[in-house]
Ligand binder design. Structure first.
Ligand SMILES: Cc1cc2nc3c(=O)[nH]c(=O)nc-3n(C[C@H](O)[C@H](O)[C@H](O)COP(=O)(O)OP(=O)(O)OC[C@H]3O[C@@H](n4cnc5c(N)ncnc54)[C@H](O)[C@@H]3O)c2cc1C
Length: 469
């Protein structure tokens, strides 16, 4: 990429949910020098630059209409792995899938993972992802030993909680707006089995659902809820809780077997026959209000008996990868995910109001997922001492405007209840909303660091323009 030009690189990129689309000049660097060259080209042409990992953000975080997008998936080497200490150093385009498959056979697991293994480490740090263990171990940033980032000025900075600490806490969560991660060192978590022990039980309403998450999180390593947002009345908030714990040393008689990759992989065929890659096509006819109500009701009834079982780490964590391209089942308009984070004291009332509103408007969420969280000290933090609820909405040509209006009403409910939003998910959050939950001081601090790292304002995404203007 020594003589970069804009020709032949013009592409339309989508968000994960295929509800947004932006044309950009896309470059795929394989070395940090090529990132630097893209910065020079951008400056020459008066264009902005956005880093992109796997493009799994539900919103416009990795889109840059009319500008340059750096597809970092080609910088995907694991540079160092120490199976004695569990320390790994990797390039930013390494996916969670590559990472867990590299470390698990040696008895380690990534400390924090997203619901899909297809995300990259760069994207995970930029959003500061949380897992189903957020209440216990915090976001991924708390497990970063150090990272090196390339700034638009051409400087390389290495940051840790002790070195350049202000940049460490701002770049992790900073949505790639201060610099581009080029190398990341993470501490893995020791495991003694390839299996987790799962307890599955139903929750009959929202109060029971949130009480279960709150009371049982301390005794679990992971906890997550499925919430059926298609029903109101006394059953509003019903669903199922899955709590999981690591097996202690000695509990698994054959850890060397259960940690083998072949015992972790998700099956590629259903009933051993049908390729899963086409399953989304069969899901399409059910992706409407009646079809989803029927599927959810069946799922809820099936979840009524309590159960305890052992399951592989990959199967527990990456449920959403079971159906490749599940987002395509939503059809042409795609989907939007709305994830709100609410303090434990206000969550029940706020989410009851939001679910009732969505049902009254005929715009129910087809998938609801709850988690338990705790606060963290990253600058653009989305976490609270409470819970999150992620809600997936189908987008169509006819409901797009109504849906957008409803999600803006949700924003008011969440903010009035002292809540926060996650920048990798929501598509509606505005500067006013961000100022309310982050505070003007935090935003001013972020902008000050931006001036320092990126004085010409080269790094911009559609999300940056929407929220930070
Ligand atoms: C099915 C599914 C399940 C998910 N589950 C979870 C979950 O459980 N928890 C959770 O927290 N999130 C979850 N997410 C969201 C996802 O983890 C985040 O959006 C993550 O940022 C996506 O990583 P990516 O590599 O695709 O990054 P992209 O979407 O490509 O980019 C995300 C952000 O990172 C920036 N970026 C990318 N690479 C770099 C780099 N090298 N340097 C600097 N900035 C960079 C981009 O500019 C952008 O702002 C889920 C997403 C999907 C699709």
């Amino acid at each position: 990429m020594t003589t970069l030009t804009l020709q032949h690189n013009f592409l339309f990129l989508d968000n994960f949910g295929h509800s947004l689309r932006a044309p950009s000049y896309v470059f795929k660097p394989t070395h940090s020098d090529e990132i630097l060259e893209a910065f020079r080209l951008a400056r020459r042409m008066g264009l902005s630059v956005t880093a992109r990992g796997a493009g799994r953000s539900y919103n416009d975080a990795a889109l840059n209409g009319g500008g340059i997008v750096l597809d970092l998936s080609g910088m995907n080497h694991i540079l160092k792995w120490n199976p004695a200490s569990g320390l790994v150093t990797a390039e930013p385009g390494v996916t969670l899938q590559q990472l867990w498959q590299h470390v698990e056979p040696d008895g380690w697991w990534p400390p924090v993972v997203s619901g899909t293994m297809l995300t990259t480490l760069g994207g995970c740090l930029a959003a500061n992802i949380h897992g189903k263990n957020n209440f216990k171990v915090g976001p991924i940033g708390e497990h970063v030993i150090e990272f090196t980032a390339l700034l638009p000025t051409g400087a390389k900075v290495t940051c840790s909680p002790k070195k350049n600490a202000d940049l460490f806490y701002a770049m992790i969560s900073g949505l790639g707006m201060l610099g581009v991660f080029i190398s990341i060192t993470l501490q893995m978590k020791r495991i003694y089995s390839g299996l987790l022990e799962i307890s599955a039980r139903p929750s009959h309403d929202l109060h029971e659902h949130l009480t279960d998450l709150l009371e049982n999180a301390p005794d679990s390593d992971y906890i997550v809820g499925w919430l059926d947002a298609m029903v109101g009345g006394r059953a509003l908030g019903r669903g199922q809780i899955h709590a999981a714990r690591y097996l202690r040393e000695g509990e698994d008689p054959h850890p060397e077997k259960t940690m083998q990759l072949k015992n972790q992989s998700l099956p590629s065929r259903i009933f051993g026959v049908f390729p899963k890659s086409i399953l989304y096509v069969f899901m399409r006819p059910f992706m409407n209000n009646i079809g989803t109500w029927a599927v959810n009701t069946g799922k809820y009834i099936a979840s009524l008996p309590r159960d305890t079982f052992r399951e592989s780490h990959a199967a527990f964590h990456f449920l959403l990868d079971y159906v490749p391209n599940f987002e395509l089942a939503y059809g042409r308009g795609g989907l939007i995910e709305y994830q709100s984070f609410l303090p434990k004291e206000t969550a029940e009332a706020a989410w009851s109001e939001m679910i009732r509103l969505s049902l009254a408007r005929g715009l129910p969420s087809y998938l609801g997922v709850t988690k338990r969280h705790r606060p963290d000290k990253f600058l653009l933090s989305h976490a609270v001492d409470g819970f999150s609820l992620a809600m997936d909405f189908k987008v169509t040509d006819s409901n797009r405007t109504k849906l957008s209006q409803m999600l803006q009403e949700f924003d008011h409910i969440v903010l009035d209840a002292g809540g926060r939003f996650y920048f990798a998910k929501n598509s509606e959050t505005t500067l006013e909303s961000a100022e309310r939950f982050l505070g003007a001081k935090t935003i001013a601090e972020f902008k000050k660091l931006k001036k320092r790292c990126d004085p010409d304002g080269l790094l911009e995404s559609n999300l940056y323009r929407r929220v930070f203007g």
